[in-house]
Design a protein around this ligand. Structure first.
Ligand SMILES: *Cc1c(COP(=O)(O)O)cnc(C)c1O
Length: 749
């Protein structure tokens, strides 16, 4: 038996125990019928399950011994599991804190692409994560719903003479449920993530078949399976693909049918729906759920518009994840009308009633009506999904204090004036300590209350990984300087690599005596770019080109190595994060909503180099200013600086950065032509790299000074890690439960 076979055997035995608890939980919840919270997300990232399940079930010790007796090592088996690149700390906390909660999502056939680096460039490969089967999912052929697309709207008059609408015809596909049990830590509570997969309707099109149209009937079947085939990577960038809109409706339709079926079991009146059901929209992707519930209540359950709308708005709440304009979802009206004709009518009606309310409060203020309309005027018109989510929810939250402030003052300013500030709130993100401390860093987790000692081992583990994955040898004694996150201009990996070039060229120019005094750095990058994001991909290419030059240079070999580790995912994060000394969270102020990896790094004893942005600010409040390296422009200064840069040219350029740019132009890091478009972004410099460059270099110098004093560094590290309690997702989830959902823990007996 090999390790993979042993992993499968162990996984199946753990799965049996999970299913027992899961059944007990569901039965208990059915008998008590409490208010439940439903967390809707199109981007669950589950990560590896075995290790987490063993920990939460309290079975780690037992399995370690038993597996050892038959000649296997539990860590090796855990490493065999495929990383279902689908993690969500929220669900782990919901289960741990005994909430009656469900997660809903899509079972994508292909998860986020696998990244390989070829000649320095990112290339994408499909991630067929189900190829060896998946022991953690339970197929539920008994839970299936029809989903309709297209067709037409039938207007008719009912027996009482009232006008009514029904949605008819069109195409149907079937949604099949797959369940993933999520065990809580130290509790029997085992909640469920239900992921939907599309299947063709079993009514094979025999008419087409008999006409000799075998192609067409088969094609329809293929079409149905395509809906859930591929994940659109969330990358703070709107992609207006029709398949994505189909996924969104497929998802909310199946989910609402499931929620309503469960609600109807208890024969309560509709007026009690929002006492029993809270639905959380994770970003705007599931916003059609607002329209779908209104449609079901009005068209199928025959409630009045106002009764229905009251229920809808009491049920839903919405989490905003970005204020970047290019990331805000909007869908062309003709596209929505074609795919979902009845929903488009309902959106226009929701907007009409909403704008009537605005007009009443601000008579004649036509500019306000234009600004606030759910429909953006133009050719074509667009549906603004974030506005629809705000209008259809009772509560809107951002994910860090600064972000929530920007949500109120920039994005939804008019809505705050209209609805009042109490509808808008902040819930600072958190990360689950089960995965990001106990599982990623078992040594620190056992040593945290004792003396420091596990740290060099963790750097050694990463050094080994870098050697085998990238063929680069790095010293575990160097300062490990890490930036791992999605590649994006706003996150400024570009700023980091430009500063690395500056460091390299400074080292090269030094005398041997001066060189010997410098702190050695291993600079580690990892992260995926959206496949179509040209500039981000050129940043990856530049990093790899710089790495190639730097790593071959014997003069600086003891003092600088640059590594790009391909295919960043949760499993890799679990290796990289515990080994970091500093990590970089250097987004242009006001652009990063919260960040969560900043929390993971500090929890693991790393220190942050960061801008005054997102959750960095609150992390600094907890650690104290001495245990975090903050620098750069403040959020409220950004707009004015951009304006000045546009109108007063040259003065805002940094001389050291100009020297680095010249060096790239001179071809020191490969063919300069290919980097022209990337370097040109520094002319408008929307993300303020010139403005922040000098402060960034100064801060990195300060880091080096501090790192030389090992004992004071260890003190900072311990102090910072020990002050991270606030950033547990347990705290976030309690805030959502108490302040937004109105759900209470229910201890499974
Ligand atoms: C935590 C995490 C992220 C988020 O990183 P940020 O720095 O907060 O953007 C991205 N990818 C993976 C694999 C993670 O574990």
């Amino acid at each position: 038996m090999d390790d993979y076979a042993a992993y499968q055997a162990v996984a199946l035995s753990v799965r049996d125990r999970l299913i027992d608890r899961w059944n007990a939980t569901q039965q208990f919840h059915s008998s008590k019928d409490p208010k439940r919270v439903y967390y809707l997300s199109l981007e669950f990232l589950i990560g590896r399950t075995l290790d987490n399940a063993l920990l939460n079930l309290g079975l780690k010790g037992l399995y370690k011994r038993s597996i050892g007796e038959i000649g296997f090592n539990v860590e090796d088996l855990v490493g065999e599991e495929y990383d279902a690149a689908l993690g969500n700390g929220g669900l782990d906390s919901l289960a741990t804190l005994d909430y009656p909660a469900w997660g809903y999502g899509i079972r994508y056939t292909y998860g986020i692409f696998q990244q390989r680096i070829v000649d320095g460039y990112q290339t994408e490969y499909p991630d067929y994560w189900l190829s060896f089967g998946n022991p953690w999912e339970i197929q539920r052929l008994d839970v299936a719903y029809d989903i309709r697309f297209r067709g037409y709207v039938n207007k008719y008059t009912d027996a009482e003479g009232s006008p009514r609408f029904s949605w008819e015809g069109g195409e149907k596909v079937i949604a099949i449920a797959y369940d993933y049990p999520i065990p809580g830590y130290g509790t029997k509570n085992t909640i469920n993530i239900r992921l939907w997969s599309s299947k063709p309707t079993t009514e094979f099109d025999f008419a087409s078949f008999n006409e000799g149209n075998y192609d067409k009937s088969v094609e329809e079947q293929k079409g149905a399976e395509n809906i859930t085939s591929v994940l659109y990577p969330n990358d703070n960038h709107m992609v207006g693909k029709i398949l994505r809109l189909k996924q969104q409706y497929f998802f909310v339709s199946a989910t609402l049918q499931d929620i309503i079926r469960r609600f109807k079991k208890s024969s309560r009146p509709w007026s009690e729906f929002s006492d029993q059901v809270a639905i959380q929209l994770n970003d705007t992707h599931p916003t059609l759920g607002i329209v779908e519930l209104q449609r079901i209540l009005v068209d199928e359950e025959h409630l009045s518009w106002d009764e229905a709308w009251d229920i809808v708005t009491k049920t839903y709440s919405y989490t905003n994840h970005t204020v970047l304009p290019e990331a805000l979802e909007k869908w062309a009206v003709p596209l929505v009308s074609d795919l979902l004709p009845r929903h488009m009518m309902i959106i226009f009606d929701i907007n009409l009633f909403f704008l009537q309310k605005v007009e009443k409060l601000y008579p004649g203020d036509r500019d306000r009506l234009r600004r606030m309309s759910i429909i953006e005027e133009g050719h074509p018109q667009y549906v603004r999904m974030a506005f629809l989510a705000v209008v259809g929810s009772h509560c809107v939250n951002g994910v860090a204090a600064l972000h929530s402030e920007l949500v109120k003052t920039q994005l939804f300013q008019d809505f705050v004036e209209l609805f009042g500030a109490q509808k808008f709130t902040n819930v600072t993100n958190g990360v689950t300590p089960r995965r990001w401390l106990h599982q990623a860093n078992p040594l620190l987790s056992t040593l945290i209350s004792e003396k420091l000692g596990g740290n060099s081992w963790l750097r050694g583990r990463l050094a080994e990984y870098i050697s085998s994955a990238c063929g680069i040898s790095v010293s575990p004694d160097a300062l490990f300087d890490v930036q791992c996150k999605r590649l994006h201009e706003y996150k400024r990996q570009f700023l980091n690599i430009l500063a690395v070039i500056h460091r390299y060229e400074t080292l090269k120019a030094m005398s041997p005596e001066d060189l010997a005094k410098q702190v050695p750095h291993v600079v580690i990058f990892s992260g995926k770019s959206a496949p179509g994001y040209y500039i981000a991909k050129m940043i990856i290419k530049l990093i790899n080109n710089v790495a190639k030059v730097v790593n071959m240079d014997e003069k600086t070999a003891e003092h600088l190595k640059v590594v790009f580790i391909p295919n960043y995912n949760v499993s890799l994060a679990e290796i990289i994060i515990p080994a970091s000394d500093i990590s970089q969270h250097i987004s242009t102020a006001g652009t990063e909503a919260s960040g969560t990896s900043n929390m993971k790094f500090v929890l693991n004893g790393g220190l942050i180099v960061g801008t005054v942005d997102g959750a960095n600010i609150e992390i600094g409040e907890e650690t104290g200013d001495d245990n975090i390296f903050l620098f750069g422009t403040l959020a409220h200064e950004v707009e004015d600086i951009r304006h000045q840069q546009t109108y007063s040219n040259r003065s805002s350029r940094d001389p050291k950065l100009e020297a680095v740019i010249d060096s790239i132009h001179a071809g020191h890091y490969g063919d300069a032509i290919i980097f022209e478009p990337l370097l040109n972004t520094l002319n408008n410099d929307y993300y303020l790299l010139h403005k922040d460059f000098a402060a960034y270099l100064e801060t990195m110098d300060k880091v080096d000074e501090c790192f030389k004093d090992k004992s004071s560094w260890a003190k900072k590290s311990i102090h910072a890690a020990a002050s991270m309690g606030k950033f547990s997702s347990d705290r976030s989830i309690k805030e959502y439960a108490n302040r937004i959902w109105g759900v209470k823990p229910l201890r499974v007996e």
